[in-house]
Design a protein around this ligand. Structure first.
Ligand code: PMP
Ligand code: GLN
Length: 402
């Protein structure tokens, strides 16, 4: 899947970034575009951007300024990050000492690993794991140590987690709510991780980019709200998810000053700043009334219902989906021969609907029982996907029918 040839021209390849091929999100998106398939693979929303945010960005672009904003981020956005966390999660955050703006959650993760890790430090990650973690941890000198959650319950495996901790462990990364499986960690699971972190003096990196995408009255608790973990949590958020603008790449880190210091030092050499107009617009977004956030939840839940019932009708097995953009579907009912990537390609060609294989979220690529569909699309797109899946199930070609 590699799109460059290391044997041609000057050979100079970093051993970490040279190893992986093109990301699965990019390669499945490309295949969908080439074949005219509906792309439910890569996690980006369609038709959900709040107009107030777009207007605020236009206004900020007109008004300026257009030069480097402060390295830590615009004060208005840092204050808004703290206010939003107080309003929805009950967090008390000192915006001047505890909030940093980054170019997306990806940069926040990069800065966190670069700023806090040293050579050989072990970092526990939970599989299925968001693909960037392993590579970024390794490039920062760390060693990712996977601990697996098992379907269909995807519960925190407490014994395995405890057994994975060694004298070299420095960090546990928890993506909550969790991509790709839509899991929300419950209070007992959070408390267990927090207790272990305190006992072994570990930092908890809480990737909470899906914090606002929680449905059906489920509640989400930030790791930062646990008093026993308050001084050891690095909380990461993303405007891309909260405002359905994944291309904007505005993220934020909230952490105690002793952790935020080295993270912001990494940030000043990675990107230094983030486009000021987008920061101003995101500040306006975070200050929107509760009705925006409730509306987003309701809207996404309705879209989820359309896709999940269509997928179930087409023979996929899906548990409840309480959060995120994603439904993971068990493909055991189909003849996939331990090849969820092959099945994802087959579904693209035969049904005209593209998922991503969940094996890509495992370092060893050996769990091939599920594929992931993104439901943050327009109702029209989702309804068309459901029609195509039903035709595929009946053995009809989507090309002939559509
Ligand atoms: N973490 C997780 C779990 C994600 O799903 C994403 C979305 N791509 C990111 C981080 C990156 O977010 P951003 O686009 O803000 O860099
Ligand atoms: N986070 C998005 C997903 O899980 C994709 C991000 C990317 O394309 N790198 O689908």
């Amino acid at each position: 899947m590699s799109d460059f040839d290391a044997k041609k021209g000057v050979v100079l390849v970093n051993s970490v970034f040279g190893a992986p091929g093109t990301s699965i999100f990019e390669s499945m998106s490309r295949l969908a575009a080439e074949t005219g398939s509906i792309n439910l693979g890569q996690g980006f929303p369609e038709g959900l951007e709040p107009p107030e945010l777009i207007e605020a960005a236009i206004q900020a672009l007109r008004d300026g300024p257009h030069q480097y904003p402060p390295m830590m981020g615009l004060p208005s956005l840092r204050r808004a990050v703290a206010d939003n966390a107080r309003r929805f999660l009950g967090l008390e955050v000192d915006w001047e000492r505890e909030v940093l703006v980054t170019s997306g959650a990806t940069e926040a993760l990069t800065d966190t690993f670069l700023g806090l890790l040293n050579e050989g430090d072990e970092v526990i990650v939970f599989e299925p794991v968001y693909d960037a973690y392993g590579t970024l941890i390794r490039r920062a000198g760390g060693v990712p140590v996977p601990v697996r959650l098992a379907p269909p319950e995807w519960r925190l495996p407490r014994d395995e987690l405890e057994a994975a901790i060694t004298p070299r462990t420095r960090m546990i990364v928890v993506n909550n709510p969790m991509n790709p499986i839509g899991k929300i960690f419950d209070a007992a699971e959070l408390a267990f991780v927090a207790t272990l972190a305190r006992r072994h003096d570990l930092v908890i990196v809480a990737d909470e980019v899906y914090e606002h995408l929680v449905f059906d009255g489920n509640s989400f608790t930030s790791f930062l709200s646990l008093p026993e973990a308050r001084d050891r949590v690095v909380r990461i958020g993303s405007a891309g998810k909260t405002f359905s603008v994944t291309g904007w790449k505005v993220g934020y880190v909230t952490a105690a000053p002793n952790l935020l210091g080295p993270i912001s030092r990494a940030h000043q050499y990675v990107t230094f700043t983030t486009p000021p107009a987008l920061q101003a617009a995101v500040a306006a977004g975070l200050n929107l009334p509760g009705s925006y956030f409730e509306g987003l939840r309701r809207d996404l839940a309705a879209r989820r219902d359309v896709l999940v019932s269509g997928l179930r009708g087409a023979g996929f097995t899906i548990s409840d989906v309480p959060s995120t953009y994603f439904a993971v579907a068990d493909i055991g009912a189909f003849d996939v021969g331990n090849d969820d990537l092959g099945f994802s390609r087959r579904l693209t060609l035969e049904a005209g609907v593209t998922p991503v294989p969940v094996s890509s979220f495992y370092g060893a690529r050996d769990v091939t029982s599920h594929v992931r569909f993104c439901f943050a699309k327009t109702f029209e797109t989702l309804e068309e996907a459901v029609v195509r899946l039903a035709r595929w199930r009946e053995g009809q070609s989507w090309k002939a029918a559509s």
